[in-house]
Design a protein around this ligand. Structure first.
Ligand SMILES: NC(=O)c1ccc[n+]([C@@H]2O[C@H](COP(=O)([O-])OP(=O)(O)OC[C@H]3O[C@@H](n4cnc5c(N)ncnc54)[C@H](OP(=O)(O)O)[C@@H]3O)[C@@H](O)[C@H]2O)c1
Length: 353
């Protein structure tokens, strides 16, 4: 785990660097539109193309006066003209497009799940469309992967539930604080935009308004991603591996994720020890706010790139961690731009602060 934080510019101050040419595929989706909003005002990039599955060019009303360009039909050939391409596409389309772009020297930041899982068997189970993972792919949980993201050719941007959950639990696993014999329970709630813009029977207004529902029990691909993240963090401590029980819930909000994580700590690990660990890990991280026993709320992070983490520990070693993000920003497009900034070697906060 990388605890040192460097948010300062790495390019020499006297050098005039032209803006990086960036393009967005999937620009009409929920995460794609957030990307356009951020990138159109980002001082170090020039937004050269935005594409969707549509067959004719069109403008997005929400972007009037922010960005004057038109949304074009998807063209992998045109994407090659950019230095950096954001893919805000379904997994299958991203799996098909990304490897060839990387082969052509384009840096890719992929918001889909196509390249997130490292183990082939797990990837084949959850993302069967992914035929090839390019060399130089990094898992982009920014705060815990700064060096690998900065050097990557393809960044697999983490899922929204895994971002909220792993930022809270990975430091504890890496520090060797977890009781390896106790399961980790992740009880997470998401607003409806997490499912993308196309309504389904489950996400239709009349179905989710005034209700809360669990879904994907033992069968959600983000469970595999969280387990991978915990295993990776534990790898650094040399411990055995607790099982992650992940249960997502759909709540009647448009955006936001709250992940409540139940873990058991080794004997003698106190709330103060946890506070010290979080402080060491995130004390200088601009987008992680540590709120301790106050416990965080979705409304404090909605429309921001922050992840707020709170925690309580009782005398028997039971710990409850609560982590909140905006699924479309820290859980998708905001974190993707944070990763872009690291890849460009500029201040991590650029365009996001
Ligand atoms: N929503 C979240 O909170 C969230 C968080 C993290 C990661 N993600 C991931 O990010 C990706 C985008 O999610 P989203 O919620 O923004 O999805 P979305 O709202 O459904 O938007 C999908 C975008 O992809 C385009 N598209 C769909 N199929 C295409 C194809 N075959 N060729 C070209 N373009 C195509 C759509 O264009 P049209 O408008 O023309 O249909 C639209 O622009 C997904 O992989 C998702 O799993 C989402």
């Amino acid at each position: 785990m990388h605890t040192a934080v460097d948010t300062g510019a790495r390019r020499p101050a006297a050098t005039v660097v032209p803006p990086a040419r960036v393009a967005v595929a999937g620009a009409t989706g929920y995460t794609g539109q957030e990307l356009l909003r951020i990138l159109s005002r980002h001082p170090s990039v020039s937004l050269t193309a935005a594409m969707s599955s549509g067959t004719t060019a069109r403008r997005l009303p929400a972007l009037a006066r922010l960005w004057t360009g038109e949304i074009e039909p998807l063209s992998p050939d045109s994407l090659r003209n950019a230095e950096v391409v954001f893919l805000a596409l379904p997994d299958k389309a991203a799996a098909e497009i990304a490897p060839a772009l990387v082969d052509d020297g384009v840096l890719v930041i992929d918001l889909s799940g196509a390249f997130r899982l490292r183990q082939e068997a797990e990837r084949a189970r959850w993302y069967p469309e992914t035929q090839r993972v390019p060399t130089g792919t990094a898992y982009g949980l920014t705060e815990l992967a700064r060096e690998s993201v900065a050097a990557a050719r393809l960044v697999a941007n983490p899922g929204c539930y895994p971002t909220a959950t792993l930022l809270a639990v990975a430091p504890i696993a890496a520090a060797g604080f977890l009781d390896p014999h106790a399961d980790i329970i992740v009880d997470a709630k998401s607003g409806v935009s997490g499912a993308g813009k196309t309504p389904s029977e489950r996400t239709h207004f009349c179905e989710c308004h005034g209700s809360i529902a669990a879904y994907g029990v033992f069968g959600h691909r983000h469970g595999a991603e969280i387990q991978q993240g915990v295993a990776g963090a534990l790898g650094e401590s040399g411990e055995g591996q607790p099982v992650v029980n992940f249960v997502p819930h759909l709540v009647p909000l448009d955006r936001g994720i709250l992940s409540t994580i139940y873990v058991r700590l080794k004997s003698g690990i106190t709330e103060d020890a946890l506070s010290e660990l979080y402080q060491q890990t995130y004390g200088a991280a601009p987008f992680v706010r540590l709120v301790g026993a106050t416990l965080p709320e979705i409304k404090h992070v909605a429309h921001t790139n922050f992840c707020d983490i709170g925690w309580r520990v009782d005398a028997s070693g039971r710990a409850v961690l609560v982590s909140v993000i905006d699924n479309l920003l820290k859980g998708a497009s905001g974190q993707a731009v944070q990763n872009l900034n690291l890849m460009l070697g500029i201040d991590e906060r650029t365009g996001l602060w």
